[in-house]
Design a protein around this ligand. Structure first.
Ligand SMILES: *Cc1c(COP(=O)(O)O)cnc(C)c1O
Length: 251
């Protein structure tokens, strides 16, 4: 790739800085708790991720494994860059994920958990890239289908206990929290009951001591998620603007 193949213009840089600042300000206005901002960079070029990194942003979310791998390779020189996988993950792609992601938010089956453990064992997340502290084991969040049958992805809440028990015996990984994506609604307030439900589910399974992280809230509804106890919000459009259309096939 030519160095300037998709260079970020000065104008784009200013707009990005302004959007990032505005989101951080809204998070600060919503709570005095520390809430981590995950900048969702799917559909955006690596150059824009680099520009956000230069503005102090460290955590980025990607949905597609091939896109994640490409950007992670292009941005290897940024020592504290942390890519989180937040999209649905197929078992046959786990091998690439453990090479490039420092956390996976979309664990939704015991088979996937087992495969992540098999591939992560013996590897260490480099200290500078550890998103959730710890010892180098790959941090995982369990994606819960908190709206039940209306949802296609995520683990049914009733299966969470068994998955957490299994995780305790799985080397190479550690579960640090729960994640959800409520069903889409035109009204962002409609997400709130689902965020509350995820927080309650966490209480039923050991609370913050066992599951410190709640990954919930996106551009439209992140303030509602923070009100319900989110520790990490995943914001794409409000930071980077509109995305290119999704790839026809997940890479
Ligand atoms: C795309 C995506 C986001 C970010 O969505 P925006 O509405 O652009 O903020 C957050 N979480 C997940 C799981 C996503 O797929």
């Amino acid at each position: 790739m030519a160095p300037d193949a998709d260079a970020v213009t000065a104008e784009e840089r200013v707009a990005l800085a302004e959007r990032l600042r505005a989101i951080r300000e809204r998070i600060g206005a919503a709570t005095a708790r520390p809430v981590r901002l995950l900048a969702v960079s799917k559909g955006q070029p690596a150059s824009l991720v680099r520009a956000a990194y230069a503005l102090g942003q460290r955590d980025f979310g990607e949905n597609y494994v091939q896109e994640l791998a490409q950007k992670s390779d292009a941005l290897r020189d940024l020592p504290e860059l942390r890519f989180h996988l937040i999209g649905h993950l197929q078992r046959n792609k786990v091998k690439h994920v453990v090479e490039h992601a420092v956390a996976v938010h979309s664990v939704d089956s015991s088979a996937l958990l087992g495969e992540l453990g098999r591939r992560a064992v013996g590897r260490e997340v480099p200290a500078a890239r550890r998103a959730f502290g710890g010892d180098g084991r790959l941090p995982l969040l369990v994606e819960v289908s908190i709206a039940g049958e209306a949802q296609k992805s995520g683990l049914p809440p009733g299966e969470l206990g068994a998955l957490l028990a299994l995780a305790e015996h799985t080397e190479g990984v550690r579960v640090v929290g729960l994640m959800c994506v409520p069903p889409f609604s035109e009204d962002p307030r409609a997400s709130r009951p689902y965020f509350d439900a995820l927080a309650r589910l966490r209480e039923e399974h050991g609370g913050t001591a066992r599951l410190p992280e709640l990954s919930m809230g996106m551009t439209a509804d992140f303030e509602h998620a923070i009100a319900a106890g989110a520790t990490l919000v995943r914001v794409g459009t409000a930071i980077f603007g509109a995305r290119k259309p999704r790839p026809a096939k997940d890479g």
